[in-house]
Every structure is written in structure tokens, then in C-alpha cells.
Write a protein that binds this ligand. Sequence first.
Ligand SMILES: [Zn+2]
Length: 56
Amino acid sequence: MAKPKDPVVEERVFKNVYVCRKCNSKIRSGKIEKTKCRKCGSKSLRLKKKDMKTAG
Ligand SMILES: [Zn+2]
């Protein structure tokens, strides 16, 4: 992990990136209200967070 832990950088990277709650696909969009998953068509999306390593 050579990336800096700068909150500004993190916000830039993870802003507008969502994850489908059903199939965990990543979706980049500006407005979550008008976004749906490309794979399963679900509108249940969540913001992508950085702590993916603790997922489980
Ligand atoms: Zn999906």
C-alpha cells in the first residue's frame, strides 16, 4: 500500500463510486438516485468504502 492516506485523495477516489448490494458490482455514477446496477439491475446501491479488507 504505497498510496497516501489523505482524506481528500480518498474522497476523490471513492466519490461517486457505488457498490451493488446484491452482486457487489462497482458502479460509477454521479447520482445514486438515478443509478442502477448494470449486472442485476438492482437499485440497492451503497457507497464504496475503503475498508474492504475487513469485509466478511
Ligand atoms: Zn447488481
